[in-house]
Design a binder for this molecule. Structure first.
Ligand SMILES: [Zn+2]
Length: 246
């Protein structure tokens, strides 16, 4: 039932989008380059894109993309739970469907969940209908685990165009990008993962990490200790958004 309600709501939102003319906003003024360089700028967009949150408080949000994965996700949750850190997991709908027990463990740990599409496909090359399908299909599955509607979205590979943001926005999603990325999917050492995260850490930062990387799990205890030593408190993306100072 919950899934049907979610689907109806999502389709209703999307229908509204189709009925309205495209907003005369400046959605196309920025895009994220393949190296994520645009993410280095501090900016909370009026168009629902968020790179970091404007706050003086030493709050920081760890985010983990992809999965859930057998082996990696339980290890990751173990490290986070042991350190009493709550993070935000941008999960892939197809993986959530495949590994429901892992989704339950993420929820039980008190972590937050965001939408990372159903198939982890690059959205910028798709039609509006295909983009909407990717978000809706993941929305229905993820919301059925979380128990309430989800409003955080991250496009796979950080690749999007104006239409992706508009479709996500019409469905009530904020598109969450990042201000701190160690590029942990590349063949680098855990030490370099730590160094890069620390170099880019700042109040209100959103840290992009990946669920399926052992180097990240190895680096995580050191990242947590060092950021805490600098006075940082770990929050979920929702909590970080709530702390935003206008
Ligand atoms: Zn991803």
């Amino acid at each position: 039932m919950k899934r049907i309600v979610g689907m109806v709501a999502a389709i209703a939102c999307f229908s509204l989008l189709l009925l309205q003319p495209a907003p005369a906003s400046s959605l196309a003024k920025r895009t994220v380059a393949s190296d994520g360089s645009a993410a280095l700028h501090s900016y909370v967009g009026a168009d629902d894109r968020v790179w970091r949150v404007n706050t003086q408080r030493r709050l920081i949000a760890l985010t983990f993309d992809d999965g859930p994965y057998p082996f990696y996700t339980p290890l990751l949750l173990h490290v986070l739970d042991r350190s009493h850190v709550h993070a935000t997991f941008f999960c892939v709908g197809r993986s959530a469907q495949e590994f429901p027990d892992l989704m339950d463990r993420i929820i039980e740990s008190g972590d937050d969940v965001g939408n990372h599409t159903f198939n982890h496909i690059k959205l910028s090359g798709l039609s509006i209908t295909q983009i909407a399908d990717q978000i809706i299909e993941a929305d229905v599955i993820l919301a059925s685990f979380v128990g309430h509607r989800i409003d955080l979205f991250r496009p796979p590979h950080g690749r999007y165009d104006r239409r992706v943001i508009e479709v996500a926005s019409a469905m009530g999603y904020r598109t969450i990008l990042w201000s701190d990325s160690p590029e942990d999917t590349k063949d680098i050492t855990p030490t370099l993962v730590v160094q890069r995260v620390m170099q880019q850490a700042r109040p209100g930062a959103i840290v992009l990490l990946h669920s399926g990387q052992y180097r990240t799990i190895e680096a995580l205890p050191v990242i947590i200790d060092r950021l805490r030593a600098q006075g940082y408190t770990f929050v979920t993306v929702d909590e970080l958004l709530a702390s935003e100072q206008m």
